[in-house]
Design a protein around this ligand. Structure first.
Ligand code: PSU
Ligand code: MN
Length: 307
């Protein structure tokens, strides 16, 4: 039954069977997170970085009625060029989209599900979804958080985007037993900037240490993921205060246009890009590359510890 809907690329399958490092990559960031052609360039560069690190990239999406784990070049191009016409697919969307062979770009939540089905332990992305500002009224809490509570995949990200409520997101993760580990930082990074004023739960100093934490968590059957918060490199970050000002404007605009639900995150990202004159997009690509490199090192360390 699972095989009817799960299509693992032979290269990915081979690596998994031989305890070789594999890094999962999401596709919402391609279709909804960035405009063409930067989305395509970033996705291709990202895969190349994984291969250069002697690991296997597994970009994940719903294509032709299957969850595809590991995409061909032209499939990535299709997702990049189609942009927002591709359905943004989170946990709730999978059954209907697969049933009707509707293509979908997988969010962090859906990518974690697919990675877990395939047996991939490490996933790199830009940012995770979280508790939105004003969630007390809107109830807008990303399904990514619930997925982190239940699915055994480590997610390397650049912290939590300040379009979200960082404090409430950390509270939610605490309630669900999801550790937030800062890579070489005590401060929780805020996506475009390395600073946020919030703290991570613990600081980790090496990929090896992170892999050990994952091993211990899952050996003890403590189900769920781990967030590895990796700050954007200093020379590529945007100032926290500047981003915050821009986000305030974007949020006002969103309210005025009555944008909500799954359209919220893509709308805010696009507005921030516009208001920063494209600088947020460069920062976004830079932090993804940075996360992918760390994810490769964690995946390698994890494989070595399985021997
Ligand atoms: N953050 C980004 N870029 C993105 C996303 C988040 O900087 O593209 C995407 C991820 O796929 C994440 C999703 O899983 O947005 C969260 O959407 P929502 O808030 O609707 O759950
Ligand atoms: Mn939401």
């Amino acid at each position: 039954m699972i095989q009817d809907y799960l299509d693992i690329h032979p290269t990915v399958q081979h690596a998994l069977e031989n305890n070789r490092p594999v890094v999962a990559l999401e596709s919402t960031i391609i279709s909804h997170g960035m405009p063409y052609p930067q989305n395509f360039e970033t996705a291709i560069e990202t895969e190349a970085l994984v291969r250069n690190a002697e690991a296997v990239p597994a970009t994940i999406a719903l294509l032709n009625g299957k969850i595809k784990v590991g995409l061909a070049h032209d499939e990535i191009e299709h997702l990049a060029k189609s942009g927002k016409t591709i359905v943004k697919a989170s946990r709730r969307d999978l059954p209907y989209l697969l049933c009707n062979s509707i293509d979908g770009a997988t969010t962090v939540a859906a990518t974690m599900i697919a990675a877990n089905l395939a047996g991939i332990k490490v996933f790199a992305t830009g940012g995770i979804g979280g508790v939105h500002r004003g969630a007390a009224e809107t109830f807008d809490i990303s399904a990514d958080l619930q997925e982190l509570a239940t699915t055994n995949v480590a997610v390397v990200c650049a912290g939590i985007k300040s379009i979200l409520d960082l404090g409430l997101t950390m509270e939610y993760l605490e309630t669900h037993g999801v550790p937030v580990l800062g890579y070489k930082t005590k401060e929780l990074p805020a996506f475009y900037s390395s600073k946020s004023g919030h703290s991570v739960n613990y600081t980790v100093e090496s990929p090896d240490q992170i892999a050990k934490v994952l091993n211990i968590k899952w050996s003890l059957n403590l189900k769920g993921g781990v967030v590895i918060a990796n700050p954007i490199p200093k020379d590529q970050e945007l100032k926290f205060e500047e981003v915050n000002q821009v986000i305030e404007i974007a949020l006002k605009e969103e309210k005025k246009l009555h944008i909500k639900g799954k359209e919220s995150t893509p709308f805010l990202l696009e507005k921030v890009r516009e208001l920063t004159g494209g600088r947020s997009l460069d920062a976004n690509s830079a932090l993804v590359r940075n996360n992918v490199k760390l994810a490769c090192d964690i995946a390698k360390a994890y494989c070595l510890q399985q021997r």
